[in-house]
Design a protein around this ligand. Sequence first.
Ligand SMILES: O=C(CO)[C@H](O)[C@H](O)COP(=O)(O)O
Length: 224
Amino acid sequence: MKKIAASIMCADMLNVQTELERLEKTDCDLLHLDVMDGVFVDNLALGPEWMASVKKQTNLPFDIHLATEMPEKYVEMFRFLQPETISFHIEAAAHPVLLIKRLKSYGIKPSIALNPVTPLEDILPYIDEVDQILLMTVPTGFAGQTFQQETLEKLRELKNILAQRNLQPLIEVDGNINTQTISWMKKAMPDVFVLGTSALFQGGDANSYQECIQEVRQTINAYR
Ligand SMILES: O=C(CO)[C@H](O)[C@H](O)COP(=O)(O)O
């Protein structure tokens, strides 16, 4: 079953409760939460206390993306939220194997993230240890960017490698994900689709959110 994650940093931040209520009425599967430290990326986003308040208002499982240096430190900071998944960047992790083990010991699914410019080779030593691979389709850091076409080849290559090695971590894609960019992935469909400003959060209401998610699901199903 393919999963849809709503990227809450793209929501109307002055009306978060309403946004969460709208998402609860859809068949969205996950809440994607970006942590940005102003160092790994030139942006700041989403702290642990704010997320704790969000958790009280939603039943959606948390899919946390650490767009940070020192992911080891941030895992300790965010683990109390009991997220389903935490993604950390291969570019930032000092000891990926230890971090993966630690996440597992906390009952959190480890996910390894990579930016469009990062070669796939950098994550290959770890792909048999993780539950998910987060393939960024724009440079991590900002909403509203343009899809990087070269990530399509990376996606195909990753799918081939996983098939050859008989591995089944989920592939998550994030960055300018909408029905058009999903249609470009028809040769290699990912498993988890993060929806931000380019599909979901466009100032609509609960109905338009559900329509958007249905349309995205139809597009995914058309190419499976
Ligand atoms: O990854 C992100 C920013 O780096 C956000 O999670 C978000 O998904 C961006 O979505 P969009 O590109 O549709 O605005």
